[in-house]
Structure formats: structure tokens, C-alpha cells
Design a protein. Structure first.
Length: 560
């Protein structure tokens, strides 16, 4: 029955896609997004029949086929592998044997077992079926290093062959997006210094933004990593074999022999101080058992060729992720399907509507437009990272990225947050596009969430591509609706839960604001159109941290 429903939906939407793509085109009429089209896409992509679009699942394959046929119906060309709309991403899927995780603390000859998962939890090893590590512990603050911000939490510490103990998060003194980038480097920094494991301590601040108990809902979820040509997982560190995330009540015991207690460390955090590192004088043993499976999952890639003889060989990349987190097997509820209506059926639906707007133009823009709908975002930006490292068009020809991820369409937003816009010439582009719709721009209202590094654009930023990622802001055009309150309620109550489905959201917030989705689509369309038709390619601003870290000679402000 479900299969028949899905086939029918594919057939119906393919027909409607063909109808919209063959509508009369007029140079005098500016294309405008359709709320009805966004609604139709969301109803299919967030349906129970797609079972949460888990990476590697049959249902995600169906979602990808739907997306590809929609783009094909609009007349866009295949830009994947072998003349197709698909780029297969090879993946290793790893699961932790839940009864195998152990954490033993050794203090003055006495052994103390930490309980799993109440006191600590861990994920599977992407490298090994079995890992057993016993090593001394060294506290290294947040585990950050940055010349630009005069940070070196490893200064004076020898962590070679040891397990580093780090605080979750990063200092409040750092700018939001730069901090998010530095925070993402913790594993790499520890591995480069010879550590054999990382223990991360959950802090009181983290408890306010993401409670420890929330993480326990996903203990049985598999981990994944894309595979390199030699079959090894990307971003892997073979010598870094142990890992654990520890509740603060249990973590206090790690500091029993140290010069400072964990309570002292937390007091320093409250006083906005960055704790210095030191030897903890104790040893720990961590072990776990993991199972591995090789799978693959598709990115969908389509192209609208540009019209300029020279600039058509450059590409504006529009991205969204098609996957979600599948079934919530750990929840004691009848509804176990994580539909992912806002995250990210909404973003994909807006990408498809943006593609339709481009297909309606009487003449294609100067640069080509590359639509890349990626898999595995929820598993760690895997599809986007695979594309960034294996692009189907030359990486130096990708001039900018406009990313669409989780627009919260539950109120008529009056402002937007443009992550990354302040780092490049894209800031002015975003400002112009938003102004056309009467939408203001606001600063990041949640810097502690490190959102800049948590979506697909970040993988292209690391390759030097200027990017912007828009989020619906906290201001509402309707005085009866508090946008910030609704956004916060969604994040606390529905984000990554089965209730991120259309019926549940309507029950809590009223009608889904597909009209706001149309405004969101218009803004992103005009951003991409502006980039595509402007002779000067986007560039990193001189003062931007990312200009120095990722900028290339051809896209730095100093080179223009």
C-alpha cells in the first residue's frame, strides 16, 4: 500500500512539475515563489511513508528519486556522476555494542567503574571492531588552539600517549562563527598532539542548551563516515582510539588528585575565565566493541547552464540536505517516525521552488546554477563533505554557496539571520535580497549553538568557497505571534523528534506558514541570481577570520 502511494505521489508531482516548467515565460514578469508548491513538496517529503529519510535507507532513496525527477521535470541538466543526477556517497556505518562500553577510573590503586549511560556514553569506533585503551589523563581546558585569538590550551602540556580531558563548548569571548569553527577542530588538534583518547565533560552551560538526557535518546543511532578511495574513513585518526562524554557529577572524580577540582573549573567558567590545563594524576581504561557495514547513499546534483560565454563555467551552488534521522527506536512512544518536516523537508522544498524560479527565467543568468541536494547531513555533513572533496565541477569554479536548512515556517518572520554574510561580499547581496521582501537582518541570537559549523555550507567554506546560510529570525510580522518564543518552543519540543511532522506542528502552532516559505524562497533565489549575474565573483573580506584561514588568491578582497 505504501509503495503504491509513493509511486502515485511521484507520478503526480512529476506531472505538476512539468506543468509549472512549461508555463509561459515573460521577460516583464519577475518569477515569484508559490506557497502551494512548497506545501506539496513538504507533504510528500515529510510523510510517514518516507519513514524519516534515514541515510542509506530505501525511503531516503525514494526521496532522492523524487528530488531528481522534480529537477529533471524543470529542464535542469544532470550534473552528478556518469551523466546522471546522482553522486553515490560510499559510507561506513558503525554501531556500538551497547553492553560493551566501559569506563574505569584508576586512582591510587583503586578502580571505580562509571555507569553507562548514566555517568558516561560513547559512540562506536569508525576504525576498529574492538578498542581497549588505558592511559593517564590530562586536562586541556577547551582543547582549542588559535594564533588569531592567542589561544593555546595545550601550552606546556605533553599529551602524547595520553587521554585528554576537555570541556564541552568554547569560551564566550570568541565571536560566534569563528568560535564554531575552532570548536570543530578539537578532535584534530588532540590527534595531532599524540593523544590516544578524548574525554569530554558536560558543563552546566551545556546543560542549559542541550541537556545530557537529550543525548541519551540517540544512543542506538548508528554513526557514519564517508569512505576515501582506499576504503578508509575520511577525517579519521587511527591512533585516537578512546572517547567518552561524561556527566559532570561523574566527571568530578577525574579531578580527585588534581591541583584544581572540577568545581573550581566550573567557577572559572562562571567568571568568564579560560581554565589552564594540567596533569590529573589519574589513569583511565576505556573499551568498546563496534560493528561495521558498508553502504552508500546519493547526493542529487542538477545544473542550469549559464548564458555568458565565459562566466557559464563558474557555478553558484545552492544546497539543502534531504536526509533526516529515521526512526526513534529509543523513545517510548507509538509514533517513532522522525518526519523532519522543518528539518529539512522545508529546506529541500524551498530549494525545489528556487529551481523552478530559475527555470522560469526567459534567459538563464550569466553563471551556471548548481543545485546540490546532499545526504548524511544528520550524520555529520557527510554528503556535503564528500561533494566538497569530490566535486562534480572544479572546486575553484564554485564561486559561492547558498545553503537552505531548517527554515522554521511556523510564523510570518520579519527578520533573518544570515550566517557567514559578515565574512564576505555576500553580506551586501543578502541585504539587498532581503530588503526586496521587506525583511530585516539580525545578528545571531544563539551563538552558543555553534550553528555556523552545523550545516552543509561549512564543508565548502573549508574549501575556500564563500557561503551564506539563512535562518528565519525571531521577529514576527504578526504581533499576536512571538517568533522567538515559537522558534524556541520548536527547538525544545519538536527538533529531532517524531513531532516534527505537519499534523503535530499544526496542532501546536496553527497552520504551517507556507507563505513564509515562499518569502524565504524569493530571498534565496534573489541572492543566487545576484551572484550569478555580477561580473565580480564573491570574495572574503580582508578583516574576516576566514579570509586568512580559507581564502584563495582569486577570492580574497586584497586580490581585487
Amino acid at each position: 500500500m505504501k509503495f503504491k502511494l509513493i509511486v502515485a505521489a511521484l507520478a503526480f508531482s512529476a506531472v505538476t512539475g512539468c506543468v509549472s516548467s512549461t508555463a509561459p515565460k515573460s521577460a516583464a514578469v519577475q518569477p515569484a515563489a508559490s506557497a502551494k508548491a512548497i506545501e506539496a513538496h513538504m507533504q510528500f517529503l515529510a510523510s510517514d511513508e518516507l519513514a524519516g529519510r534515514e541515510t542509506g535507507s530505501k525511503e531516503h532513496e525514494i526521496a532522492s528519486l523524487y528530488i531528481a525527477t522534480q529537477l529533471q521535470a524543470l529542464g535542469l541538466l544532470p550534473a552528478g556522476e556518469n551523466g546522471s543526477y546522482f553522486q553515490r556517497v560510499p559510507l561506513r556505518k558503525a554501531r556500538l555494542a551497547q553492553d560493551s562500553a566501559s569506563f574505569t577510573l584508576h586512582v591510587d590503586g583503586k578502580d571505580t567503574e562509571l555507569s553507562y549511560p548514566k555517568a558516561f556514553f560513547t559512540g562506536p569506533s569508525m576504525q576498529y571492531p574492538q578498542t581497549d585503551v588505558t592511559a593517564p589523563l590530562v586536562f586541556a581546558g577547551y582543547g582549542l588552539v588559535s594564533k588569531e585569538f592567542a589561544l593555546d590550551d595545550y601550552a606546556g602540556l605533553d599529551v602524547k600517549g595520553k587521554i585528554v580531558v576537555l570541556l564541552a563548548g568554547r569560551p564566550d569571548s570568541l565571536p560566534s562563527e569563528e568560535a564554531a569553527h575552532l570548536n570543530s577542530l578539537k578532535t584534530k588538534l588532540a590527534a595531532e598532539r599524540g593523544a590516544v583518547g578524548i574525554i569530554t565533560i558536560h558543563t552546566p552551560k551545556q546543560e542549559k542548551t542541550r541537556p545530557y538526557a537529550t543525548s541519551l535518546l540517540y544512543l542506538n543511532a548508528p554513526s557514519m563516515e564517508w569512505l576515501q578511495a582506499d576504503g578508509t574513513p575520511a577525517d579519521s585518526y587511527p591512533d585516537l582510539k578512546a572517547g567518552a562524554y561524561v556527566h559532570p557529577d561523574a566527571a568530578a572524580a577525574l579531578f580527585t588528585k588534581a591541583e584544581h577540582s572540577l568545581a573550581d573549573i566550573f567557577t572559572q567558567l562562571e567568571n568568564k575565565q579560560n581554565p589552564a590545563g594540567f596533569e590529573l594524576g589519574v589513569t583511565a581504561s576505556l573499551s568498546r566493541r563496534s560493528t561495521h557495514e558498508q553502504i552508500s547513499s546519493p547526493n542529487v546534483i542538477a545544473m542550469l547552464p549559464g548564458s555568458d560565454p565565459v562566466l557559464k563555467d563558474e557555478y553558484v551552488v545552492i544546497t539543502a540536505h534531504s536526509d533526516h534521522i529515521g526512526l526513534a527506536n529509543d523513545l517510548r512512544t507509538d509514533d517513532k517516525i522522525n518526519n523532519g518536516a522543518m528539518d529539512n523537508a522545508a529546506g529541500v522544498s524551498i530549494l525545489l521552488e528556487t529551481a523552478r524560479l530559475f527555470s522560469q527565467l526567459p534567459q538563464a543568468p550569466k553563471r551556471s546554477i548548481l543545485f546540490v541536494v546532499v545526504t548524511g547531513e544528520e550524520k555529520g555533513l557527510l554528503g556535503a563533505d564528500y561533494f566538497a572533496n569530490n566535486p562534480t565541477k572544479p572546486i575553484e569554479k564554485l564561486v559561492a554557496n547558498v545553503n537552505l536548512d531548517m527554515p522554521v515556517l511556523l510564523y510570518p518572520f520579519a527578520d533573518m539571520v544570515a550566517f557567514g554574510a559578515n565574512h564576505s561580499s555576500l553580506g551586501k547581496v543578502v541585504e539587498r535580497a532581503a530588503a526586496k521582501e521587506g525583511i530585516a537582518l539580525s545578528p545571531d541570537p544563539m551563538p552558543e549553538q555553534a550553528i555556523f559549523t552545523r550545516s552543509d555550507h561549512y564543508t565548502l567554506v573549508k574549501k575556500g568557497v564563500p557561503a551564506v546560510f539563512l535562518m528565519t529570525g525571531f521577529k514576527s510580522q504578526d504581533p499576536a505571534q512571538d517568533g522567538g518564543k515559537i522558534w524556541g518552543s520548536f527547538f525544545a519540543k519538536h527538533y529531532h523528534k517524531p513531532s516534527d511532522d505537519i499534523p503535530s506542528l499544526i496542532k501546536d502552532y496553527g497552520a504551517i506558514r507556507y507563505d513564509a516559505g515562499a518569502v524565504f524562497a524569493n530571498i534565496n533565489y534573489n541572492i543566487a541570481l545576484d551572484i550569478a549575474n555580477t561580473e565580480q565573483r564573491p570574495y572574503w573580506l580582508k578583516q574576516s577570520f576566514f579570509n586568512g584561514v580559507f581564502g584563495k588568491p582569486y577570492n580574497r578582497e586584497s586580490a581585487n
